[in-house]
Design a protein around this ligand. Structure first.
Ligand code: ATP
Ligand code: MG
Length: 413
């Protein structure tokens, strides 16, 4: 019997891997221009790390973790997100001796969710964390960096929603108000939210069941319950976003699915993905480092969902495969082709040669099926004049281009 992949775990095949590489390469380039360095953390951690950081009464911990006992009897969990492992490494390697650490990572995360378009059980995130910076300008700068990345990779129509969850001073009072409110609409809440009213009432605002969305429509707003320092922080974030020309909508219902957030939280959505429309999310987590045994350290971080961003880029048709197929006609052209292809590849052009025999027409068809944007043809005439014919597979237009100008012609197309 044929063995297939595990449900919710995907292969990423050529055609998609180019888009993924494009996203990662641009993210790494943009992040490093803001002073971030890469960190690589393990895929599995001690289960306790996630219990203590994400929160015992969150959906992730209650029903989505891949937890197993290894041969030694230790409980391990495949990481459902990247922030807790990065914070664990930050503490373990005493990175806090630096005034500020700016780190990014990329890799797979694991959550036992219901697989559907844009939602998988193994999915990939690119994330970034700023550890050691309390300033609202750090929040705004990270958001600006993210919006810049989306602009550069042509993710159009990305919308930024922000909120503040307050801190240890003002959130308890808000939780009480919310609890009281929820107690009044108990009969309309789902079982899950009902059960968590006392332990974690905020979760009801994040619940996707239609009944809970309706029942919490008039719930008290967290933004109106902020203490003065939290309110000032939130105002400053918005002010700095404004100075960077970034529009943000305040959404007081957006509480996020992880318990460690304090103050600023955000989500970036993009139309065209259906209900799985969040492409990046994150916020401030000023208490987490201390909670996990390190010194008090204010932090801000986020993660981007690579699958969803890749879907948008592909569906938008914005990403063009920078791929050309080279067709040599005759033995002399084949020889010259070896030299030309080397020179063009040295200049970064992604070009493959078609080695098949047959008519030019059938070879052109093969180039088209391969998804090439251009066919580059070297025949007798071209050999004589030191040119190639560059044929645009979309417009069917073609022109003769000198050998050393061909890479530029293909690259800008
Ligand atoms: P959602 O509300 O869509 O479940 P989330 O709040 O669980 O998202 P985070 O944990 O903040 O998401 O992760 C950040 C990003 O990672 C999301 O905005 C999304 O793009 C992506 N992501 C999260 N879970 C999945 C998944 N199961 N499959 C694919 N991408 C995901
Ligand atoms: Mg989720």
């Amino acid at each position: 019997m044929e063995i297939t992949a595990v449900r919710g775990f995907n292969d990423v095949l050529p055609g998609d891997t180019e888009v993924w590489r494009h996203i990662e390469d641009n993210a790494f380039r943009v992040f490093s221009s803001y002073g971030f360095s890469e960190i690589k953390v393990p895929i599995a951690e001690k289960t306790e790390l996630f219990l203590r950081s994400i929160g015992a009464t969150t959906d992730i911990v209650e029903k989505e973790m891949y937890t197993f006992t290894d041969r030694h009897g230790d409980s391990l969990t495949l990481r459902p997100e990247g922030t807790a492992p990065v914070v664990r490494a930050y503490i373990e390697h005493k990175l806090y001796t630096n005034p500020v650490s700016k780190l990014y990572y990329s890799g797979p995360m694991f959550r036992y969710e219901r697989p559907q378009k844009g939602r998988y059980r193994q999915f990939y995130q690119i994330g970034a964390e700023i550890l050691g910076d309390p300033s609202p300008r750090a929040d705004a700068e990270a958001l600006q960096m993210l919006m810049r990345l989306f602009e550069e990779i042509n993710v159009r129509g990305a919308e930024l929603n922000i909120n503040s969850l307050g801190d240890a001073h003002c959130r308890p009072a808000y939780k009480e108000r919310l609890k009281n409110y929820l107690s009044g609409v108990k009969d309309r809440l789902c079982d899950n939210c009902l059960r968590r009213i006392d332990a974690n009432p905020l979760r009801a605002l994040d619940c996707k069941s239609p009944g809970c969305i309706e029942a919490t429509h008039d719930a008290p707003s967290i933004v109106e319950s902020l203490c003065a320092p939290c309110a000032v922080h939130f105002d400053k974030v918005r002010e700095h976003l404004g100075l960077s020309g970034i529009e943000a909508t305040v959404n007081p219902r957006m509480v996020r699915g992880l318990d460690y957030y304090t103050r600023t939280t955000f989500e970036i959505t993009s139309a065209g993905l259906g209900s799985q429309n969040a492409i990046a999310a994150g916020g401030r987590y000023d208490g987490l480092v201390e909670e996990l045994g390190g010194p008090a350290t204010p932090c801000f971080g986020f993660a981007i969902g690579i699958e969803r961003v890749a879907l948008i880029i592909k569906e938008g048709g914005v990403y063009r495969k920078p791929l050309a197929v080279f067709i040599a006609l005759g033995a002399e052209a084949e020889k010259k082709g070896i030299e030309l292809l080397k020179a063009w590849r040295d200049r970064g052009i992604r070009i493959v040669e078609d080695f098949s025999d047959g008519s030019l027409k059938s070879r052109m068809k093969r180039a088209d099926r391969a998804g090439a944007r251009y066919a580059v043809i070297l025949g007798e005439d071209e050999l004589k004049s030191g040119t190639v014919t560059v044929k645009d597979m979309k417009s069917a237009g073609q022109e003769k281009v000198a050998w050393d100008l061909a890479p530029d012609r293909i690259a800008i197309g």
